[in-house]
Structures are given as structure tokens and as C-alpha cells.
Design a protein around this ligand. Structure first.
Ligand code: FUC
Length: 802
């Protein structure tokens, strides 16, 4: 193997040898399409880099460039809601569903899409193009295109005609611009045309000698199903080329560069979206914002821009390291490694790269200077009408985006999500009142940056009032990992409490005297009645019960921590005792998906909502062995139908596969968890390591990343559990910097599948249990003082109990 790799190294582009490539994606060819391009992002703006030598494309995004506008889509259903609930609870399912179809449909039924900002085209007048001047030779050698996750820089290098060309692209967090640098090692070798390519609702004009100004406004056309037509979001960009040597002139829609030695292109992008209003705001001038951004950075040298970018980026990415498998596999291009995995070759180091990529994508799509949470594509989208509008899907997808945030030491990425959840409480109150006749706030299964919380996309799927309570669990988790009491008091608890208030006022009593959510559905599966008819809506789908349990538990704990709200706590405690139990169905001995033991319409459905309690929830653990075992059987049944080529229904999407990894991690089945990491990579991953639904959907990246972390460390059951689900394929490795609930940073080293050492640094002085295998020890931690486990672990490994 070693000799093979040295050979590869000799053959590969010279930039690759002698560098740390373990955390780098790299390729020997330019991206053929968007799905091979490489992403950069600073949490607010982003770009996809193709790396084509003579016809470069850099596709741009700005997080708030959404079509649509605020709209109260709520049906006036409060008066009819008790009737729908009564019918559901009396088992008059067909009547209940018919009435719901008639009365609950939102208007408008659909939101509009998150959009591309357009692209930069850098045309070097190559020989093949119509405006060719024959300047650049055909023959390209030593080509490499890469993305270094630790510096956040996408690079393209190649040689042609005896000249070495290099290109770097990054999205600077401190300077809030996209920076592109083109360089050639022969003076005067850079001659190209730079233009901007969006035609829909956008114009471009030259400014001064070296800038382009992009200006636009989204004109939403009439569509009976969608949010109102009209002249909506305004947007602007400024593109400035700074040259060393040669000349630059801006004319028409392009900037012409002639015989330069080096060119730095700065791109600023803004809209007139105002997060605090969840609306566009005509007092915001996006052109002025871009102007001031460019003025603030144009005086800086490229190396200053790069240094401050790399420093900020490393302070985020450098917190966690993961070593698995053979690091020298990084000498092989990423797409070739993926192809080898598809042939069944083992490459745990690729799983480690995928893990760091997930962290990279989350920081790049959900952090300051950004304001909005990561959508179905993070922030990276080339379409005007994206798949599923690249929206905020709140019946699994946006939640999955944030699964890796805390454990992977990216706690700050939760803030845009947390702020957005708090912001949509305002429209969410209207939805609670108008649609459900209830107090508190909630949202249904789809949302957008304009505060859309009403039922959309059809009543059967779209009615999902448990989404609000579910979202607030992320705020509770943020508290649990950070132990930030001020955050709990001011941001988490108010949202949680108001979501619990919604549940308390929305739930009704069922025939068994239990509190029931009604209407309810188990995303996005349907059940079959004995007469063969199938429906989505029911009452108390198991997922609802599990979410209500988690939220009520969290509210009780939070009120204890904050030391107030005794009366509310008493109400919640009382409601807790009235929730129905999680049931094991008689048909298949699995966790029952609905309140009755119905047959599933799709037994292999990609959603496995009734297992919420196993992951991300915490109510199904080995403390209840019957439920724990039933959860395992539930997964097996879903997989049987999904993977059988004949009965295959609702095939696994990337995100569904990612959920399986987390389930198996919680079941402490390292082999299955590892096998599903491999399956995620080999079946649902594009060459640029983007997850596919298909098409691209980023939740699988994030769910997969969380799953890999969950295999190495768990902390949901009141203890820090080291290596709970290690597959034999990951025999040796180390991870540093993971976070555990209670405020701990954890490093773990293992060899031959056995723990060698662990170092746990607590943020606070406390007593906490640490577990490895079946051994549990309560430790007295001192704030900031590393607790090193080596000796105790050696004893544990030898079977000595200390
Ligand atoms: C949910 C899923 C789909 C898709 C969509 C964006 O509705 O069931 O598979 O991921 O979200």
C-alpha cells in the first residue's frame, strides 16, 4: 500500500505532496457541473467553485435572497377544530379527514423559493470559444482542485504553456466578502473577461474603471398556489477587480483584465431583508451596504484578507480533530476514494473527512455574520426554483441540520436557528390561535424567512402542530451543552414554555383519559384502516407523545434550574402523567407508529418518526429494555421493506440513512452504525461530498456528521459515555474536542477497538458519571481542570473495577 501511495504521490499534482491533506477534498479535474463544484461560505454568503482553467464559474449565494413575502396563510379553523378533534377521537377517521381537508387548508398553500444570487464567469478566451484570441494553450498539466477544510480555501492550480496558474477562493467571515485571487508565475499572463450571469430580475452596470454593480428585485409572478405575486426582495452586489500589473477596465456587464500579474476580485452581496421584521425593509439600501463593504476591504492586501480569514476559520474548525483509518489515503483524489468505496473498499479516513466536512458546512451556512438558519441546501443553491424551495422543513430536515452543532463543538452555529425560532413565535401565535384555537405558538411542517407558520403543501402532510415544541428542544439542548443559564432564562425557556402552553391548551382528553394531540400525523407516512382506506391525520401519533414527553421534562428541569414558575411546573407535571405511553404494537412487536396498532401504508418509509424517542430524543434508552429492543426491531422492519428490491417502498434518502447511523449509535451497535456510514458515503454522496436526497440536500451531511460523533461519544442519559458504538473497521483512532452535555470537552484515543486514554475538561466544578462499556464511575470534576483517565481505563480494560 505504502509503495502504491508513494507512486500516486509522485504522479499527483505537486501542490499535494508535503502538505497536510487529511482534511482536504481534492480532484484531478475541474467540476463538470454544480454537483462537483466546491463550496465556501461564511454563514451569510457563499460560493461554489468549479475550477475550470479557462472558463471559470463561481456561483454565488446570499442567505436571504428568497422569493415571496409575509403572508398569513392560516385557515380560520378555530371554531371547527373541536369538531375535527371529536371525530378523530371517536374513531370517525374518514369524516375527520374530510372535514380537515375542507377547513384546514392554508391559503396560500405554498411558499416561494430561496434563489441563487447568480454567478461570476471568468473567461480566459480559450481556444475553443467563439471569441478566442488563441492566447492560452490547450495543454494543461499538473492540474489539481481542492478545498482545505481547515483554512476554508478552495484552490485550483495547473500549468499551461510553461506558466503555473493558481486560484484561491474563500468567503471571509471577518470581512464579509467573497475573495478570489488569480495568480500566474509569469508576469502579465492573466488576460480575461469577468462577468456576472444572472438574468432573472437582475441588472448589472459598470462603475468606475474596475467594478460591476449588480442590482435586482425579485418579481414574483401570479401562481394561485403560492404566496402573493409582486415586486419583492431587493438585492445588490458589488464586484471589484484589483490588479497588479496590466490593466483593468469595466464596460457593459463585464470587467476586462489585460496582461495582469495578479488579480484579486472582491464580491459583496446584500438584500433588503430585515430579520427583526421577518420581512424586506425598504429603508435598507442593499447597494449602499455593498459599497460600504467594498470600501472597508479594498485597501487591505490579499495576504491580510487571507490571514484574518484563515485565523477566524481555524478558530472554529480547529476545535475538533478526528483520525480514523489510514490518513495516507488522502493522497488519492476524493472522487476516486468514493468510487473505491462504492466497490466495497474500506476507507475510514474518508468518514473522518466527511465528518469534518459536515462541521465545515454547518459553520459555513449557519453562523455570524449570517442571521438565518441553514436551509435544505445550507446556503448553496444554483436554482431560481430550488428542490422543495430549499426551504425550512420542520418535520425532520431543519432539525437534522443542527444535530451535529453541539456535540461537534459548533455551539455558536445554533444561534441563527435559535433566533429564528424565537422570531417565528410571533406569527406562530397567530397559527396557534387561528388554525388550532389554542394558546402559545407553533409552526407546521414548512417555514421560510418571512415567518410562514400555517399549514402548507396539503392538509394530510402539512398539518404538523408538534413542530413548534420540537424546535424548542434544540434551545434546551443548547443550554444542556453550554450550561448558559442566562441563555436558558432569556431565550430557551420562554420559547419552550410558550410551546408547552400550546400543547396544554391544544391537547384534548381521549377515551382512555389521556391527553391527546389532535389532529396529528406521523411524518409523512399514512396508515391503513381495516376497510383498506388510508389516512394521514390521526390523534397522538407516537412522535407527538415522545416530543411532548421531552418538552415537558425539559420545562420541569428548566423551571427547577431557574428557580421560578412553580405553578406552571405543576401544570406540566400533571400533564406529563396524562400522556399516553409509548406502545409496542402486537402486529410486529415494534414501536407502534400511531395511537392504534394500524398497518403502515409504507412499511419501509424514509421517515422513522416513532423512533424520535431513541434519537434525537432521550425517552427510549436501555433503562427501558423492552422499548429499547422494540426500537431495534422497528428499524429492522423499516429496512427490510426498504432494502428488499420487490417490496421496496419509500427508498432511503441520504438523510434517512443518516438517521439510521444515529439510531444504531444509540442502540450501541457499532457494526451497523459503521455499515450505514459506509452506505451513506457510497450510495448517497456526490463527488463533492454533498449528500443527495437526490438531488442535493444538506441534511444528510449534517445527520451523518452527528451520527459519527454519536458513535464516539454520548451524553443523553445523564452520563458521559465513551466509545459507545465503535465499529471494528475503526479499530484505531482518536478524536479531540467533542462536547458533552453538562459542559465538557472530551478527547478519546483508542487502539485495537479498546480505549487507551480519555481527557475530559469540565467547564464547571461538578460531579458527573463517566461510562465505558458497562463500567460507570462518578467523578468529581474541577472547573477547567483536565481529568485524565488513563490508569483507570487500563484497569477497566483488564476488568479491574476501581
Ligand atoms: C421531507 C421528506 C422529503 C424531503 C423533504 C424536503 O418532507 O420527507 O424526503 O426531504 O422533506
Amino acid at each position: 500500500m505504502r509503495r502504491f501511495l508513494i507512486f500516486i504521490c509522485l504522479l499527483s499534482a505537486q501542490f499535494l505532496c508535503g502538505q497536510d491533506k487529511v482534511n482536504t477534498l481534492w480532484y484531478r479535474h475541474a467540476a463538470k457541473d454544480w454537483n462537483e463544484a466546491l463550496p465556501v461560505g461564511n454563514g451569510r454568503i457563499g460560493a461554489m467553485v468549479y475550477g475550470d482553467p479557462w472558463n471559470e464559474t463561481i456561483q454565488l449565494n446570499e442567505e436571504s435572497l428568497w422569493a415571496g413575502c409575509p403572508a398569513d396563510g392560516n385557515a380560520d379553523a378555530a371554531a371547527i377544530m373541536p369538531e375535527i378533534q371529536k371525530l378523530l377521537l371517536e374513531g370517525k377517521i374518514a369524516d375527520a379527514n374530510a372535514l380537515a381537508q375542507e377547513k384546514l387548508a392554508g391559503d396560500p398553500m405554498r411558499i416561494r423559493s430561496y434563489q441563487t444570487f447568480g454567478g461570476l464567469l471568468i473567461d480566459f478566451f480559450d481556444k475553443g470559444s467563439s471569441d478566442s484570441n488563441g492566447f492560452y494553450p490547450d495543454g494543461i498539466t499538473d492540474y489539481a482542485r481542492s478545498l482545505d477544510l481547515m483554512t476554508g480555501i478552495s484552490s485550483t492550480v495547473f500549468s499551461a504553456g510553461g506558466i503555473r496558474f493558481s486560484r484561491e477562493v474563500f468567503a471571509s467571515r471577518p470581512d464579509d466578502v467573497i475573495v478570489v485571487r488569480l495568480f500566474a508565475d509569469r508576469p502579465g499572463a492573466l488576460t480575461f473577461k469577468l462577468s456576472y450571469d444572472r438574468v432573472e430580475n437582475a441588472g448589472v452596470r459598470p462603475e468606475g474603471s474596475s467594478s460591476l454593480v449588480v442590482f435586482g428585485q425579485l418579481i414574483d409572478l401570479p401562481d394561485a398556489t403560492q404566496v402573493e405575486p409582486g415586486a419583492h426582495m431587493r438585492f445588490a452586489g458589488k464586484i471589484k477587480a484589483l490588479n497588479r500589473g496590466g490593466s483593468v477596465i469595466a464596460a457593459g456587464n463585464s470587467i476586462f483584465v489585460d496582461k495582469a500579474d495578479e488579480v484579486v476580485i472582491l464580491v459583496a452581496m446584500n438584500t433588503d431583508y430585515n430579520f427583526s421584521k421577518l420581512d424586506f425593509d425598504r429603508s435598507i439600501d442593499p447597494i449602499a451596504l455593498c459599497d460600504s463593504r467594498i470600501s472597508a476591504v479594498e485597501g487591505k492586501s490579499f495576504s491580510d484578507l487571507k490571514d484574518s480569514h484563515v485565523k477566524a476559520h481555524q478558530s472554529v474548525m480547529g476545535r475538533v480533530s478526528l483520525t480514523l483509518g489510514d490518513p495516507s489515503m488522502s493522497e488519492v483524489p476524493t472522487d476516486e476514494r468514493l468510487a473505491k468505496m462504492k466497490e466495497g473498499k474500506s476507507d475510514p479516513a474518508l468518514a473522518a473527512l466527511y465528518f469534518q466536512y459536515g462541521r465545515y458546512l454547518l459553520a459555513g451556512s449557519s453562523s455570524r455574520p449570517g442571521r438565518l438558519p441553514a436551509n435544505l441546501q445550507g446556503i448553496w443553491n444554483q436554482e431560481i426554483d430550488a428542490p422543495w424551495n430549499a426551504d425550512y422543513h420542520t418535520n425532520i430536515n431543519i432539525q437534522m441540520n443542527y444535530w451535529p452543532a453541539e456535540i461537534c463543538n459548533l455551539s455558536e452555529t445554533v444561534m441563527p436557528f435559535s433566533d429564528w425560532i424565537n422570531a417565528i413565535r410571533v406569527p406562530g401565535r397567530v397559527t396557534a390561535k387561528k388554525t388550532f384555537g389554542a394558546e402559545g405558538w407553533t409552526v407546521n411542517h414548512v417555514a421560510d424567512p418571512f415567518g410562514h407558520t400555517s399549514i402548507s403543501d396539503g392538509v394530510g402532510w402539512g398539518t404538523f402542530p408538534i413542530a413548534g415544541p420540537w424546535l424548542t428542544l434544540h434551545l434546551w439542548d443548547h443550554y444542556q451543552f453550554t450550561m448558559d443559564k442566562e441563555y436558558l432564562r432569556t431565550q430557551a425557556y420562554p420559547a419552550m414554555k410558550e410551546a408547552a402552553e400550546f400543547l396544554l391548551s391544544f391537547m384534548v382528553t381521549d377515551k382512555n383519559g389521556n391527553l391527546a394531540t389532535a389532529p396529528s400525523n406521523s411524518p409523512e407516512n399514512a396508515y391503513r384502516m381495516p376497510d383498506g382506506k388510508s389516512f394521514n391525520l390521526t390523534y397522538s401519533a407516537t412522535m407527538d407523545i415522545e416530543i411532548a414527553m421531552e418538552l415537558f421534562n425539559a420545562c420541569i428541569k428548566a423551571s427547577d434550574i431557574l428557580g421560578d414558575d412553580k405553578e406552571f411546573k405543576a401544570r406540566v407535571k400533571d400533564a406529563m402523567t396524562k400522556l399516553p405511553p409509548i406502545r409496542i404494537g402486537k402486529r410486529y412487536d415494534t414501536i407502534q407508529e400511531w395511537i392504534e396498532d394500524y398497518e403502515e401504508v409504507e412499511p419501509g418509509h424514509r421517515h422513522m418518526s416513532h423512533l424520535f424517542g431513541l434519537y434525537p430524543g432521550t425517552v427510549i434508552t436501555d433503562k427501558n429494555p423492552e422499548l429499547f429492543a422494540a426500537a431495534k426491531r422497528t428499524i429492522e422492519r423499516r429496512r427490510k421493506y426498504n432494502e428488499d428490491p420487490v417490496t421496496r417502498q419509500g427508498s432511503y434518502t441520504g438523510w434517512s440513512r443518516a438517521w439510521l447511523i444515529n439510531f444504531y449509535a444509540r442502540l450501541r451497535d457499532g457494526e451497523e452504525a459503521g455499515a450505514n456510514v459506509n452506505a451513506l458515503l457510497s450510495k448517497s454522496t456526490q463527488d463533492n461530498l454533498f449528500d443527495t436526497h437526490p438531488p442535493f440536500q444538506i441534511d444528510g451531511n449534517f445527520g451523518g456528521t452527528a451520527g459519527i460523533a454519536e458513535m464516539l461519544l454520548q451524553s443523553h442519559a445523564g452520563e458521559i459515555h465513551l466509545l459507545p458504538a465503535l465499529p471494528s473497521e475503526w479499530a484505531d483512532g482518536e478524536v479531540r474536542g467533542l462536547r458533552a452535555r453538562g459542559g465538557f470537552t472530551v478527547d478519546i484515543v483508542w487502539k485495537g477497538g479498546i480505549l487507551q486514554s480519555a481527557t475530559i475538561v469540565p467547564d464547571h466544578t461538578c460531579k458527573y458519571s463517566v461510562r465505558y462499556g458497562n463500567k460507570i464511575k462518578k467523578i468529581s470534576f474541577k472547573a477547567g481542570k483536565p481529568f485524565i483517565f488513563n490508569e483507570m481505563l487500563k484497569d477497566w480494560a483488564k476488568g479491574i473495577d476501581n
